[in-house]
Design a protein. Structure first.
Length: 160
């Protein structure tokens, strides 16, 4: 298993200092819909789910990373997208720092809770990679959506 089994897309986002996390989440959802991974008609309700989850506590985990997520009946399997903001955005992160790496994760309504996702191989790999400054720096230095995807697609390394 690899994180690219559920991270299905990546995008360098047009963000500015005035960008908000709501705009970033919308951009990522629209990209998933444009790529055929999400029904475009469901984008507003999926967005509402992500924002309801954010209202419970920020998914900005620190070090410039956020992992917004939700469950939704229109989602048939766990899927996600990586967004890279060249200009970091305020995500109400735990460390109060702005975010530039956003991993939006969507799960089917009937899937186990987020806590159980942490023990899946894919989530474990994502967590391990995100702890690596080298991995995050490589993502941040990418110049294209394809470059982001190539970094994500590389086999997991023990030193990440």
């Amino acid at each position: 298993m690899s994180i690219t089994d559920f991270i299905v897309s990546s995008e360098i986002l047009e963000c500015s200092e005035s960008s908000r996390k709501t705009e970033v989440v919308q951009q990522l959802l629209h990209r998933l819909a444009a790529d055929g991974h999400l029904d475009p008609g469901c984008v507003p309700s999926v967005f509402d789910g992500v924002m309801r989850r954010e209202s419970l506590g920020s998914t900005g985990i620190g070090r410039g990373v956020a992992i917004p997520h939700t469950k939704h009946p229109a989602v048939t399997r766990r899927l996600g997208i990586l967004g890279l903001c060249r200009t970091p955005v305020d995500f109400d992160s735990l460390d109060a720092e702005p975010v530039d790496l956003i991993f939006l994760i969507l799960s089917p309504s009937d899937s186990p809770g987020y806590q159980s996702m942490r023990v899946s191989r894919e989530a474990e790999e994502l967590s391990r990679r995100l702890r690596s400054e080298e991995f995050c720096d490589r993502l941040r230095q990418s110049n294209s959506d394809v470059g982001l995807w190539e970094i994500l697609s590389q086999p997991d390394r023990a030193d990440w």
